[in-house]
Design a protein around this ligand. Sequence first.
Ligand SMILES: [Zn+2]
Length: 455
Amino acid sequence: MIFRSWLLMVLGFIGPALIWSPAGWAGMKAGVASIVITPDCDMWLAGYGDRDHPSQGKIHDLYAKAIALEDDAGARLVLITTDLINLWADFTDQAARRIQSETQLPRAAVLFNSSHTHCGPVLPDRLQGIHMAPEDQWNLSRRYAEELLEKIIQVVHQALSRLEPAQFHYGQGQAGFAKNRRQYTLEGIINGENPIGPVDHDVPVLKVTGNNGQVKAVVFGYACHNTTLNIDQYCGDYAGFAQLYVEKQIPGSTALFWAGCGADCNPLPRRKLELAVQYGKELGQAVIQSMSGRMKPVEGPLQAAFSLIDLPLEPAPTVNELQAQLLQTVSPMIQRCLRLILEEYRRKGSLPETYPYPVQVWRVGNEILVIALGGEVVVDYALRLKYEFGRGRTWVMGYSNDVMAYIPSLRILREGGYEGTSAMVEYGFPSSWRPEIEDRIVNEVHRLTDSMKSP
Ligand SMILES: [Zn+2]
């Protein structure tokens, strides 16, 4: 296996983590910041291929938020969350390079996650083929991406500039609105509801408190497609409402949501604004309840590792086979996707056999293990990784650093259906992943985790 690896190992000192010194605090520090990223005009909205007009105003603002953590040895991590459909490799590469040159934070120490709201602006990512947006809308989208980059750099600087002594506690709540959506019928697997399908209802929570006892930040996640709504207004969907709920319950705090491995789960029932508000409240209440119960303190050291592994694809069809598919397909959306693939074929002379897939691991003390995976990751990964690394202390994020396609488990790849195989073409891949991808990803998580020292 060929892999490029940027590996950061930052190890703090074992010992009393909270030490006062004449120079000030020698323990953990945190800084948090947020910035509005709602577009300044109406734009085509992301996520659904059947949209036929730009947005019309907003329900509430979209945000990019950053939380910086620092241990007593000076090692730093920055988590960036965004109310957007996703971020993509070119964008996060560029942002991470800027952050590294301006703050000396290495790639492994910066983690990008998106809430996967389908009521944010369309982005110049791998999903362009699904949209029927006209060219002027793509110009707006590219301009938006340039402005977004500047805002993300700004919010990271702000979070770092606000680093001050803080205490960290973690806990876990539960929220039950995520339902497995892979419904097995005589006609095959459809996007419906499967009451006995796997789900991950855990709500991991990190509470960050300042020296004055004030909660500065609350970081939480959930594994469910952020798709209650298919409306034409900017909105963070249930994840946006959950963050607003937590911030209202704890005045002065910043709530940061990260999306877990819920690619094959939907908030059901859905499609009503009041349901998005209700799910946001359910998730927010799970967060607040876990904070009023027993939470465990967590300290440094902070460690981080990041790598790109070559995830193998099945052999691509030939140009003739792709052209035949184009003639046979009746869906204008799939036709658009196939034309983009044919263009790529002609431009490059071939199609890729692998994709550089990001795997990132953070360790906070001996307690929290953050595993951040790229793509739309199905719930099987969260369940397997929590089983292998310990539930309650293992956070498994999807939609992190790059979203290039769905990431099926071996089970789902073999079963097929949307998340297994048929969504690949929407992301610009004319063939499926190869069966070994689940073990490749999980093995890489183990390799990165093994490379870290036990505090
Ligand atoms: Zn999705």
